[in-house]
Write a protein that binds this ligand. Structure first.
Ligand code: PHB
Length: 400
């Protein structure tokens, strides 16, 4: 026996993108059902990046869906590039009149999951055997087994694949009808969470002869930091002392700056790659966020891009469902991809600017130093950085 459910939009993936879309649809009176193979607690405790662009915060807070971002998040009006131990501040407000917010992705999820409860919308967490299909028909379906073992089928008008980089929705589309673009990097990030007060009021992106490091924050008592490492690094090889001395060595400078250390309670090696699949629409399947594109973590664009997809997608679905106007759906992939490729460029450029490529020649190493100096000494260079980091206003309508 298969239990059948009928909805307008079936959403695979209950991360921030899937749940934000479900909430926006709800505000427009459009019904949706969300499924995720992870349970709610696992998603709430999955650590991802913590920076929200100004436009992301506006989207998340406008309808009250993520109300704590303003009260518990921290507005950052700038960031620091620390090059060989010398600080260069990028003043976002002074340069482009924008800010970013430090508010961790798992907190965004916690808020959105509560909002979904308040909306009274269905979310099936902890499902298995998810199988979307029928994208080329008027009634696409999502088959799955729910957490209690009941086999279910959701019959939808549209399916949204917001199911992350290992997307089942994407892989259901035949490879012959999609194009993939990928780039690998010869390094990864070693990420830690520690119990300590903040080491700095804003983020510090550090480049040193030992490689990249990032000093970020989570709260008054918990901090997040990263350093560039080899992709096959084993976290167990790194004692607390070894981690702190490596991080400190990468921020050492003539100003005598010291990190505030504390107990490390989480160590992870984060993979690093760029990936885009095109198009982002296949019949009645629409891909959003990491299901369609992955960026390296430098610049924290991943969640912001996913939310931008959702903004464009929501308007497209609303027009299709309420007015029968599918022009937004037809234009979705191109509109979303225009920003995706700008962000791919920014993330990969910021990565190469700040990391040491173990395979690079001495010439390349020196050239990068020149590039960084040219950028930081130029008000226009800093403004470019500030504009891209805080998020370009709206998606471009430029056709190139
Ligand atoms: C983080 O706080 O996790 C973070 C911040 C900025 C980045 C990447 C990660 O560029």
């Amino acid at each position: 026996m298969v239990e059948e459910l009928r909805t307008t939009v079936g959403i695979v993936g209950a991360g921030p993108a899937g749940l934000m879309l479900a909430h926006l649809l709800h505000t427009a009176g459009i019904d949706s059902v969300v499924v995720d193979n992870r349970d709610r607690d696992t998603i709430a405790h999955t650590h991802r990046a913590g920076i929200l662009e100004q436009g992301s915060v506006e989207l998340l807070t406008r309808t009250g869906a993520v109300s704590r971002a303003h009260t518990e998040g921290h507005q950052h009006e700038g960031t620091v590039f620390r090059v060989d131990g010398v600080d260069h501040r990028i003043d976002f407000q002074g340069l482009v009149g924008a800010s970013v917010w430090l508010y961790p992705q798992n907190e965004v999820f916690v808020d959105l999951a509560k909002t979904r409860d308040a909306d009274g919308g269905a979310v099936f967490y902890g499902v298995s055997d998810t199988q979307p299909g029928g994208f080329d028909t008027d009634r696409p379906t999502i088959d799955f087994t729910d957490a209690d073992g009941t086999a279910r089928r959701i019959i939808c008008d549209w399916i949204v694949g917001a199911d992350g980089s290992r997307s089942v929705c994407r892989t259901t589309v035949p490879e012959t009808t999609r194009q993939r673009y990928a780039h690998q990097y010869p390094f990864a990030w070693f990420g830690i969470l520690c119990e300590a007060p903040p080491s700095a009021p804003e983020l510090i992106y550090a480049r040193s002869e030992r490689g990249f490091a990032l000093v970020s924050q989570r709260s008054d008592t918990v901090q997040r930091m990263y350093f560039q490492c080899s992709p096959d690094e084993d976290p167990d090889d790194w004692s607390e002392d070894r981690i702190w001395s490596e991080l400190q060595a990468r921020v050492d400078g003539p100003d005598g700056y010291r990190l505030t250390t504390g107990t490390i309670f989480d160590k992870t090696v984060l993979p690093f790659r760029s990936y885009v699949t095109e198009p982002m629409r296949h019949g009645r399947l629409l891909l959003a966020g990491d299901a369609a594109h992955t960026v390296p973590p430098t610049g924290a664009k991943g969640l912001n891009l996913a939310l931008q997809d959702v903004r464009v997608l929501f308007e497209a679905l609303r027009d299709a469902v309420t007015r029968g106007d599918e022009s937004g759906i037809d234009g979705y992939s191109d509109r979303a991809l225009a920003r995706v490729w700008k962000a791919q460029n920014f993330s990969s450029w910021m990565t190469s600017l700040l990391h040491l490529d173990p395979q690079a020649s001495d010439f390349e190493f020196r050239r990068r130093q020149g590039e960084l100096r040219g950028l930081l000494e130029s008000a226009h260079g800093r403004a470019y950085l500030a504009e891209a980091y805080t998020g370009w206003p709206g998606e471009s309508t430029l056709t190139i």
